[in-house]
Design a protein around this ligand. Structure first.
Ligand code: HDL
Ligand code: ZN
Length: 418
């Protein structure tokens, strides 16, 4: 394409922007998916789709079944209950319900038959390796980040014995128990060959850094990550603040890795719902600003759970170039808020942001999560480029492709590489 690149007529601009947004390969920077080599940790197929904890929470609004009775059922029986409550007895209007149907439709199944046994028979014919390729292809994913925890008793031994990696599945080192449950975690580290004392001496911080270094290398981690509760404050004298300052952030600087902070999750608001029982709270963005200001050599990938925090996060990102906002996380991942947040971010901080990640827990979900998000993001971009065209600035197709590639992982990779 010549320097005077192909100028887009206003009529075709919207169609071009939409096509680019719907087809540009994406780096999905936060998921709970696993390299197929991690075996049964990777969830996939209709019963895993239906027993997604978002759908469990929605189902209990219609069920008067005791929680423990539901949890004692097989996954298939749980899926039957969810299918009947959310798809047959009520129209599947919610984002998580519609997502299941988008996924099945994109896979070529005829959902109007409402035939769950036939859907199960269709899935039974797939092998996970082929199905993984199919799902990533339909979602347009070039790479994705997993959530990898040394504190997960099922996952840890697989990493310790080692396996041939699928390069599409990039590791991220998740450290919540280290920061949020130090007193329980210290003895674990000691048992694993990292003798530390609960009092958190300088020597213990050094040993925590050795633990982080060993796991960073084992995983070839792209970044470290932690989910912090709404009350998280910094600076502070608590173990979380002290471990961040004297172990985690020095480790990230030494290894040139960002730290992903996911702020605002209130765990076990309703413990009977298990994984579905978490809620949210408004986070303290001043804590984040203090971290960015005090540690300018560290880089922070940040997503916040409360809608009320989104504007503050964008303003904080304008103040600190070592802060990279990402995703419409969890309870904000609904079209209404994805549009609001994407518009807010593009208007306040332009293209130096990663507007979405899938947070997929089930492989097949990437198909719907990216289909839905791409369409919403495309709509906002069409409007933004049309606004530019109205000023006489004519966005060229190479420029639009460049911009969308940045939003879909390029800006993240640049942020990680600095
Ligand atoms: O802490 C997290 O990474 C969250 O994404 C939780 O895993 C949550 O349960 C979830 O799956 N949200 O989408
Ligand atoms: Zn997550």
């Amino acid at each position: 394409m010549t320097a005077a690149a192909h100028k887009l007529s206003s009529a075709s601009l919207a169609a071009r922007v939409e096509k680019i947004a719907l087809t540009t390969p994406v780096f999905d920077i936060h998921t709970h998916l696993y390299d197929p080599a991690l075996g049964s940790l990777l969830l996939w197929g209709i019963d895993d789709l239906l027993t997604y904890h978002y759908l469990v929470a929605e189902t209990f609004r219609y069920l008067d079944l005791p929680y423990e009775e539901f949890w004692s059922l097989s996954k298939t029986r749980q899926a039957d209950l969810i299918w009947n409550a959310l798809f047959i007895e009520h129209s599947p209007i919610s984002e998580a319900c519609r997502g299941v149907l988008t996924t099945l439709n994109r896979l070529g199944l005829d959902v109007k038959k409402r035939d769950l046994p036939a859907i199960r028979r269709w899935f039974a014919q797939w092998k996970v390796a082929d199905y993984t390729d199919r799902c990533l292809e339909l979602a347009g994913i070039r790479q994705l980040c997993m959530t990898n925890s040394p504190f997960d008793d099922l996952e840890r031994p697989v990493w310790e014995s080692g396996f041939a990696r699928d390069q599409r599945f990039v590791a991220a080192l998740r450290i919540d128990p280290l920061l949020l449950a130090w007193r329980d975690t210290a003895p674990l580290l000691a048992r694993w060959g990292y003798p530390v004392r609960a009092e958190l001496s300088a020597q213990s911080c050094g040993t925590v850094r050795r633990f982080l270094a060993d796991w960073t290398r084992r995983l070839q981690a792209k970044y470290l990550m932690v989910s912090l509760p709404p009350g998280f404050a910094f600076p502070g004298k608590d173990p979380c603040a002290r471990l961040l300052e004297h172990a985690v952030l020095p480790h990230c600087r030494e290894h040139g890795l960002p730290l992903a902070l996911m702020l605002g999750a209130r765990r076990a608001v309703n413990p009977d719902l298990e994984l579905a029982g978490d809620g949210l709270g408004r986070s303290r963005i001043d804590a984040l600003e203090n971290l960015c200001a005090q540690f300018p050599q560290n880089r922070f990938l940040v997503t916040v759970l409360a809608r009320e925090n989104q504007h503050e996060l964008c303003v904080a990102a304008r103040k600190f170039r070592n802060l990279h906002p990402f995703g419409c996380w969890w309870f904000t991942n609904v079209p209404y808020l994805v549009e609001e947040m994407t518009r807010l971010r593009l208007e306040l901080i332009g293209l130096s942001v990663t507007p979405q990640h899938s947070d997929a827990r089930v492989l097949d979900q990437v198909i719907y999560k990216w289909d839905h998000s791409r369409r919403v993001i495309a709509g906002v971009l069409v409007e933004k480029y049309a606004d530019l065209a109205r000023t006489g600035w004519e966005p060229t197709e190479p420029e639009i492709r460049r911009d969308v590639s940045a939003l879909f992982g390029g800006a993240f990779e640049q942020f990680c590489a600095h």
